[in-house]
Design a protein around this ligand. Structure first.
Ligand SMILES: Cc1cc2nc3c(=O)[nH]c(=O)nc-3n(C[C@H](O)[C@H](O)[C@H](O)COP(=O)(O)OP(=O)(O)OC[C@H]3O[C@@H](n4cnc5c(N)ncnc54)[C@H](O)[C@@H]3O)c2cc1C
Length: 464
């Protein structure tokens, strides 16, 4: 009887699962396989919040498979050894998976492919990590896009296929052994690291709740820091517990929906960029900005990471990240700009810090976001546009609720000064219970001077 293996990674779901569906259609027996690769679990850029999410997602997927007569098979090791070994063990003709074009995943897929070829086992790749696979959205001249707006236009022109139906039954051969589903502790994390309930069930609920109301005002609320105005689907999309096609299928032709759709396309854009220029995982996309004499670790990087820069909006963002493993997109832009431009610290340090803490840490979106902020990426914020952290705070947290929530030292500071507490006189500081240098830091740099320093620095060091 024909048997297939479905190798799962960032597609921990049953809905819209082209790889699993194809495996079930072609074979009588299917082994849904997740390989726990120690290199990934113990990697220096892994966050404990993501490991807990992964643990939740695997348990949720196993439960769903059991309701369809199957189960999840977990094995430990290097996928290039485990996948072909399991395929040989069960006598599989074909191994199916969703292509993941991010650099590490692509290299891993190439190694698995080579090992399967050696064993004479076929494999089939499907699209499901992003909606339009990298390489499929190109300029008229056949080149990858460097600018988002024409990319989005071309992306939309391709149309989006509807989500694939869930497989009805998944028959897993009884004899196939599985390691235990990993609990958070098995992965070096703990319950306390859970940022949000993970897995397809909770992810689809989040999607439904968002489409049921908040999306209608997304365009107006998405930038307001104290408002819970975004979908919180980023970790679900990262692990593929919610399929991007499924999200897309829930959208209507309204301005607010279109604004949200644009963000989904941003996610695709950064995947395409990284696939086209994989070297940008480590280096500046723009050759103009390579080899700049960026600053490195030291007290300023530590102050930034700890949320103690003395700029309330920056500190609020960094403390939200530390407390919840998530940060509002507007705050990500502000703290990233502050690190790269006010402090002139290498964006790679910020990128790594985010990956070590975010529940949605994703190489493509994170690298894209950081290179945008540093001014070094495709379609980036030009180096001479430098966010003013006070103006950003006043604009996107007008009543100071976000800052007061995450920086409680400022709770009693009147709104007029909450984004610039150093402008308060000593008596007013006493009255607000927030004496600078005692209760809350003095600003670690003067923004106006730092801005000028950055302009001069970029003008001096960027190549023509
Ligand atoms: C410096 C920096 C680093 C970032 N790092 C990450 C990261 O590691 N992982 C990550 O998923 N996003 C990252 N983002 C993008 C964005 O901040 C998050 O996707 C978003 O805040 C997640 O919250 P949400 O799901 O509620 O977003 P929503 O506003 O509801 O957006 C819906 C979805 O669209 C996608 N999306 C939204 N904004 C962006 C964007 N600017 N770039 C790419 N995709 C986007 C995400 O998948 C998100 O879940 C980063 C942005 C910046 C500026």
């Amino acid at each position: 009887m024909p048997t297939a293996v479905c190798w799962l990674r960032r597609d921990l779901r049953l809905h819209d699962h082209r790889a699993l569906r194809a495996a079930c259609a072609e074979a009588d027996a299917v082994v849904p396989l997740f390989v726990l690769d120690p290199a990934l679990v113990r990697g220096a850029r892994v966050s404990r919040a993501r490991l807990v999410y992964l643990s939740d997602a695997l348990a949720d997927l196993d439960a769903r498979l059991r309701r369809r007569g199957g189960r999840l098979v977990v094995r430990h090791g290097d996928p290039a050894e485990v996948v072909p070994a399991l395929a040989a063990e069960v006598g599989a003709d074909t191994v199916h998976w969703h292509r993941d074009a991010t650099p590490y995943a692509a290299t891993r897929e190439a190694r698995v492919t080579a090992a399967l070829d050696r064993e004479g086992i076929a494999h089939r790749e499907h699209d499901g990590v992003v909606i339009q696979p990298p390489g499929s959205v190109l300029t008229k001249g056949g080149a990858p896009f460097k600018v988002y707006t024409p990319f989005a236009r071309a992306w939309r022109a391709q149309g989006v296929a509807p989500p694939a139906a869930e497989p009805g039954r998944v028959a897993v051969p009884d004899a196939v052994a599985s390691a235990a589903l990993p609990a958070p502790a098995d992965l070096g994390a703990s319950e306390a690291d859970r940022a949000l309930p993970g897995g397809e069930g909770p992810g689809l609920e989040r999607l439904e709740r968002f489409l049921d109301g908040p999306i209608e005002v997304y365009d107006r609320s998405r930038d307001l820091l104290a408002t819970d105005g975004t979908s919180r689907l980023s970790a679900d999309l990262h692990y593929g517990t919610v399929s991007p096609r499924q999200v897309w299928a829930g959208l209507a032709e309204a301005d607010a929906h279109r604004a949200f759709a644009d963000e989904l396309i941003f996610r695709e854009f950064y995947h395409h960029v990284l696939a086209a220029w994989p070297e940008t995982a480590a280096t500046e996309w723009s050759a103009r900005f390579r080899d700049l004499p960026w600053g490195g670790p030291g007290p300023e990087l530590d102050a930034w990471a700890a949320g103690r820069t003395g700029y309330p909006i920056v500190d609020a963002g960094m403390r939200q990240l530390a407390a919840t493993s998530w940060m509002h997109n507007r705050a990500r832009m502000i703290v990233a700009s502050f690190l790269c431009k006010d402090l002139l610290i290498d964006w790679r340090h910020g990128e790594a810090h985010f990956l070590r803490h975010l529940v949605d840490g994703d190489i493509a979106s994170n690298n894209g976001g950081w290179q945008w902020a540093a001014g070094t990426g495709t379609d980036a914020q030009p180096y001479f546009r430098i966010f003013n952290p006070v103006r950003q705070g006043e604009r996107f947290d007008p009543d100071g609720a976000y800052v007061r929530r995450w920086v409680p030292e400022l709770a009693e500071v009147p709104t007029r000064w909450v984004h610039a507490p150093w402008t308060l006189g000593p008596l007013e500081q006493q009255a607000a219970g927030c004496v600078l240098g005692r209760d809350y830091p003095e600003p670690i740099v003067d923004h106006a001077a730092a801005r000028q320093r950055a302009l001069d620095w970029f003008a001096t060091h960027a190549r023509d």
